[in-house]
Ligand binder design. Structure first.
Ligand code: V4E
Length: 195
């Protein structure tokens, strides 16, 4: 599946607009540890390797498919597909990732409340470094549905009166605040959205 998502500023007013009439699907604490090589080979390609609650996940930016404020990522969530993407044998993904030189660069703990509303998933995340962000998401099966998904998200956000000014993602906000060199390297590589 391909995830199309747009991030929104999350404060009490925006939260009220988002959750009105929404159904709470689940609440969860997610602990994400992001990995990259010393020279940021993944981040510079808009690829994000993380362990979420101990489980490996890979988010791969689909350059050229970014339209407007929505971004599109392919998500791999099983060890076999992730090993394949890296070209690893796949016997022990954790060992192989380490042997290839990838190291943790940030750990973010966040409380997520995930709602369903009108066919959208609404994720409301409060991070442990005093940052909150909402995401409106749609899952699509093929890239040719991208534009339609973007438009649906934009129409929905407008219909509930959300402020749709661009916001930084959680990792990016963390880097901006606490690891400016890392942030600058990604900015220079052209992978960060304009905020
Ligand atoms: C997509 C992305 C990054 C990886 C983390 O993705 P995010 O959607 O923030 O994580 P999360 O925890 O909500 O994952 P989910 O549960 O939805 O799978 S790091 C940066 N980006 C994109 C990005 C960008 N290119 N530019 C800016 C300014 N912010 C974010």
């Amino acid at each position: 599946m391909i995830e199309v998502e747009q991030k929104f500023r999350l404060d009490a007013e925006q939260e009220q607009k988002l959750v009105e009439g929404a159904v709470l699907d689940h609440e969860k604490i997610n602990i994400d540890i992001y990995y990259d090589s010393e020279d940021l080979t993944l981040g510079k390609r808009d690829v994000w390797l993380r362990q979420r609650n101990g489980q490996w996940e890979l988010k791969i930016g689909r350059r050229g498919y970014r339209e407007g404020l929505a971004t599109t990522y392919e998500e791999l969530e099983d060890d076999t597909s992730i090993a394949e993407w890296f070209g690893f044998p796949g016997d022990n993904l954790t060992d192989e990732i380490r042997a290839a030189g990838y190291r943790p660069f940030v750990r973010i703990e966040k409380a997520r409340r995930s709602y369903l509303r009108d066919g959208f998933r609404l994720d409301l995340d409060h991070c442990d470094f005093d940052y909150a962000v909402a995401e409106i998401e749609l899952l699509i099966e093929s890239a040719d549905q991208q534009q339609e998904a973007n438009d649906r998200i934009a129409r929905f956000a407008a219909s509930i009166g959300l402020d749709a000014s661009p916001v930084r993602g959680k990792v990016v906000e963390y880097l901006h605040r606490y690891k400016p060199d890392h942030y600058r390297a990604l900015q220079e590589a052209g992978v960060l959205d304009e905020v």
